[in-house]
Design a protein around this ligand. Structure first.
Ligand code: NDP
Length: 290
């Protein structure tokens, strides 16, 4: 794989974090309050703990004050909702993020809907998803698809318009918003999922393939049109040669030689997701200062 084909999400993310940091420094120098993010983690899921740690570290790097709320796995839904009421009312908190997945006894939709839409930096509140649907400028857009879009804009520029984008996966947090964003960019969009017929043939038509499934190396070389741009959202922990390893939903080694550009796992979509969280936090802050 040459440098030209590798979409270096880590490097792009560092640039975004740097930019946000600069803007935060200017705000603070001008006497404005410091942007604040509250991160709520319920339970001890090891992957979630890593994600939360990385998010908090990046906040620090950008000068955003972050507060972590770690709640035990047996936390009652009503207690979590109570915490969200407090955070919604707290003027020092401009962004609120509840790390998913939540324990089974807690209703995820109920919790996401309890976050004030203007503080909903994950963009999972139906109000923000609705704003995204109608193309309202003040939508807080889910971080992972937003990161995908930024990478696509940097890779293809204005040539993104008119391209056939195939999104594999239809979750509310990745697949659906990724398709809406691509549509907004004037792409032709196809969504496929576990019930799709002829999924390989559909993927092979893609100029841009966005894969968010959660199945290690599902997408093989013969699913990909030569010259396609491939964004691999998947993060799968697998064991290879007795060692734990992270792999994407795309078989990188065989797809990279035929793609015109591809994101690696790790170091692709993951860091961009966190950079976009900071971007959303600053956007939420600016909206609340007005
Ligand atoms: P979900 O499990 O919510 O959704 C997975 C989607 O993939 C579903 O729509 C499902 O279809 C579809 N699917 C499952 N199996 C197949 C198959 N064999 N063929 C076609 N489609 C299939 O996952 P998420 O969207 O939350 O996450 C997807 C992946 O992205 C995971 O690996 C996750 O870890 C990763 N991720 C990475 C992030 C990052 O920052 N890089 C952030 C968020 C997620 P159906 O609807 O029919 O069940």
């Amino acid at each position: 794989v040459t440098d030209a084909t590798l979409i270096d999400g880590k490097a792009i993310a560092n640039e975004v974090v740097e930019e946000i940091g600069q803007q935060v420094r200017e705000l603070v120098a001008a006497g404005q309050p410091i942007p604040g993010l509250a991160v709520v983690l319920v339970g001890e899921d090891p992957a979630s703990q890593v994600y939360v740690r990385n998010k908090l570290l990046k906040c620090q790097q950008a000068g955003i004050v972050s507060r972590e709320y770690r709640l035990p796995v047996e936390t009652m839904e009503s207690d979590l909702l109570g915490l969200l009421v407090d955070l919604n009312d707290d003027p020092d908190v401009h962004g609120i993020l509840v790390q998913l997945p939540l324990p089974k006894h807690i209703d995820e939709q109920k919790v996401l809907q309890a976050i004030a839409p203007e503080k909903d930096v994950d963009g999972f509140h139906p109000e923000n998803l609705g704003r995204l649907l109608v193309g309202a400028p003040d939508a807080l857009v889910p971080c992972t698809p937003l990161g995908c879009l930024i990478m696509l804009r940097r890779t293809l520029g204005d040539a993104l318009a008119g391209k056939h984008v195939v999104v594999v996966g239809r979750s509310n947090i990745v697949g659906k918003p990724a398709a809406l964003l691509a549509l907004q960019q004037h792409c032709t969009v196809t969504m496929v999922h576990s019930r799709s017929e002829n999924i390989e043939a559909l993927c092979r038509q893609a100029d841009v393939l966005i894969v968010a499934v959660g199945r290690p190396e599902l997408v093989r070389a013969d699913w990909v049109k030569p010259g396609a741009v491939v964004l691999d959202v998947g993060i799968n922990r697998v064991e290879r040669d007795g060692k734990a390893k992270l792999v994407g939903d795309v078989a990188f080694d065989e797809v990279a030689p035929i793609a015109s550009a591809i994101t690696p796992v790790p170091g692709g979509v993951g860091p961009m997701t966190i950079a976009c969280l900071l971007r959303n936090t600053l956007q939420a802050y600016q909206r609340q200062q007005r």
